[in-house]
Design a protein around this ligand. Structure first.
Ligand SMILES: Nc1ncnc2c1ncn2[C@@H]1O[C@H](COP(=O)(O)OP(=O)(O)O)[C@@H](O)[C@H]1O
Ligand SMILES: [Mg+2]
Length: 157
């Protein structure tokens, strides 16, 4: 697990871009945190690595799924309003994961349990005095090392 101290908005986006750069073959990111904790902001920084302007990112709270076509196709989902994920949503997720050249990034991913394939990055957001804290978990320790070494303030815990 990687833990990042209190990041302002600019640094949160910067971290998101580094995560995007280091992702390798991982194509699923699960974003967890309360309303306003920085999940959509993270996606804004994340898409810039794929040649997209952050302004393309709109919160999918009502649309549930937004798609941004950059050097990879970014599926941006928000499950906030989804109390019980239906077949259609689960199928959309599976289809996105089966395609090549896609990344699926899901806000409120904790709305769905016991479903995710093994290879994902889980990112938890919380509030702090002047910004947001970020915790990153991944099965791939080497990936965490890479992100950490790109980010000098990151502490391995
Ligand atoms: N690191 C940060 N520091 C301060 N404010 C932030 C930070 N990240 C996001 N915000 C602000 O918090 C608000 C909610 O952020 P958002 O990313 O939409 O949250 P979420 O998607 O988790 O509901 C936005 O107004 C955004 O500008
Ligand atoms: Mg959001």
């Amino acid at each position: 697990m990687l833990s990042f101290g209190c990041l302002d908005e600019k640094n949160l986006k910067k971290l998101a871009k580094i995560v995007a750069e280091e992702l390798g073959e991982i194509k699923l990111l699960l974003l967890i945190g309360e309303l306003g904790s920085g999940k959509t902001t993270f996606v804004r920084g994340f898409v810039t690595h794929f040649g997209l302007d952050e302004s393309v990112v709109k919160s999918p709270t009502f649309s549930i799924l937004n798609i941004y076509k950059g050097s990879k196709v970014i599926y941006h989902m928000d499950l906030y309003r989804v109390e019980q994920p239906d077949e259609e949503i689960l199928m959309e997720i599976e289809e996105a994961l089966e395609q090549n050249n896609t990344v699926l990034i899901i806000e409120w991913a904790d709305r769905i349990e016991n479903f995710w394939p093994e290879k994902f990055l889980k990112i938890k957001f919380d509030f702090c005095d002047e910004g947001r804290t970020v915790l990153i978990e991944c099965f791939d320790e080497k990936l965490l090392e890479k992100i950490s070494s790109r980010w000098f303030g990151g502490k391995k815990i």
